[in-house]
Design a protein around this ligand. Sequence first.
Ligand code: GTP
Ligand code: MG
Length: 138
Amino acid sequence: EARTLVLVKPDAVRRGLVGEVLRRIEAKGYTLVAAELRTADPALLEEHYAEHAGKPFFEPLVTFMSSGPVLAAVVAGERVVEGFRSLAGATDPTSAAPGTIRGDLGRDWGRPVTENLVHGSDSDESAAREISLWFPGL
Ligand code: GTP
Ligand code: MG
């Protein structure tokens, strides 16, 4: 069965949206395999976001993502990688479709980083890489 890495980002944790995000994942029919609340080291985040190294938003992104606890979770289900990205909605929360996590719960706050509440792996290969980073041994 497919698995994906979900991060409930620090903006969502600060706003008390962990339960709402997990509720949507479970209501869709996916299964929680592992979940842990923790403040990630910048080194882990630089590795997690390696594909974005060198982009102008990279440093603000790492700073934001290490600014407080995230809820890291492994979620399982048939075609869950694309299914969770569909639940999450488009990267920019202002234009993300209503009905999605970002579209219903997110907005632009005028900050240098796009604060968009959640992360989901973008392919099965990314999911395997990210799960081994966040949950070594799983
Ligand atoms: P994730 O699910 O978090 O990976 O989002 P994504 O796959 O929709 O976006 P992507 O992997 O392209 O970028 C990772 C994260 O960097 C995004 O979720 C945003 O928080 C941030 N980001 C991406 N593109 C931009 C950008 O053009 N400007 C800014 N300021 N932030 C960005
Ligand atoms: Mg991505």
